[in-house]
Design a binder for this molecule. Structure first.
Ligand SMILES: [Zn+2]
Length: 306
């Protein structure tokens, strides 16, 4: 009798588990794209238009330079059908991991889509500045590279993905023209962008700003008293009206600069934060790439023309 009972229970378990097995079969599962930054994920979302699953490892306000992968990230990466990361050592603590991933799954550094001539040198010998997305015309160049990998993953819908990519590139070219027009409101001699770390060199190069970062290319570096004094000297001497906070960097060092400028007899305002290395959250207008660029440009123009 006991044996019959066990058999019935086993049979019922098998019946109830069938839907689970069918639902989770690879045939019914959407491909999974894993992106390191929210900035890359925004391009992906625009192209796939809901046809695939996307997991973004670094959310709003997360600093990619010092980010270490969590257990859930490793799990997501191991299930990914394609992985997009920025490259140029932006994700400094994850470089080895991506090198290992290469053999198992397409693992694409989107910065590789650019020509070496487009890169800006960093303060580290032989390495380039990774913040390419702040030049909208350059960021448009990564779109075809992302689209190509997506089409290889789902060739059946390639025409749709290619159309979405073309539309997005048109949007980015229009945005680039709009940024050029807007920054022209700032007199050339006032185009100095002083920020917490050196994230805006590509922005400065494209749109005609002198850019000075307190911390250098990576936020991994330590800010010294000498760095603070040097920036304060520059601001007081040139009577610069504003310095800028960044969403993924603590405000302490920028406040120290402001105090040092006050001690030199000049007042520098701390402007609203710029989004440098991640998009904003849903409560901001910077929760898309285009929204982030518009926010940054508006803040810069408002702060430097007052
Ligand atoms: Zn950065």
């Amino acid at each position: 009798m006991k044996k019959v009972f066990v058999l019935i229970v086993a049979f019922l378990c098998l019946i109830f588990s069938l839907p689970f097995f069918f639902n989770s079969s690879p045939k019914n599962k959407k491909p999974l794209i894993v992106c390191t930054t929210s900035i890359i994920a925004d391009v992906v979302h625009f192209i796939i238009d809901g046809h695939m699953d996307v997991k973004t490892l670094m959310g709003p306000g997360v600093d990619p330079h010092v980010y270490r992968p969590r257990e859930s990230d490793v799990q997501a990466l191991s299930c990914a059908d394609v992985i997009f990361y920025n490259g140029l050592h932006l994700e400094g603590k994850m470089a080895d991991m991506f090198a290992h991933m290469q053999d198992r799954v397409p693992t694409i550094a989107v910065a590789d889509a650019l020509c070496t001539n487009d890169y800006i040198a960093s303060e580290f010998e032989g390495l380039y500045d990774p913040h390419i997305w702040h030049d909208v015309s350059l960021w448009a160049q990564v779109v075809p590279c992302i689209c190509q990998a997506i089409c290889q993953l789902d060739p059946e819908h390639a025409l749709r993905y290619e159309k979405n990519a073309r539309d997005y590139m048109d949007t980015l070219h229009a945005l680039d023209a709009c940024v050029q027009k807007t920054v022209a409101l700032i007199p050339a001699e006032k185009r100095e962008l002083l920020t917490a770390h050196d994230a805006f060199n590509y922005f400065g190069h494209r749109y005609g700003f002198k850019v000075v970062g307190l911390q250098g290319i990576s936020t991994d570096a330590v800010v010294s008293t000498r760095d603070i004094q040097k920036m304060a000297d520059r601001i007081a001497r040139k009577k610069i009206p504003a310095i800028f906070l960044e969403s993924s960097i603590p405000s302490k060092s920028i406040e120290a600069v402001q105090n040092a400028v006050t001690a030199r007899g000049w007042h520098v305002a701390i402007a609203p934060e710029l989004f440098s290395d991640s998009l904003g959250d849903k409560s901001t207008t910077a929760d898309t790439y285009c929204g982030m660029i518009k926010h940054n440009v508006d803040v810069i123009v408002d702060s430097l023309t007052c």
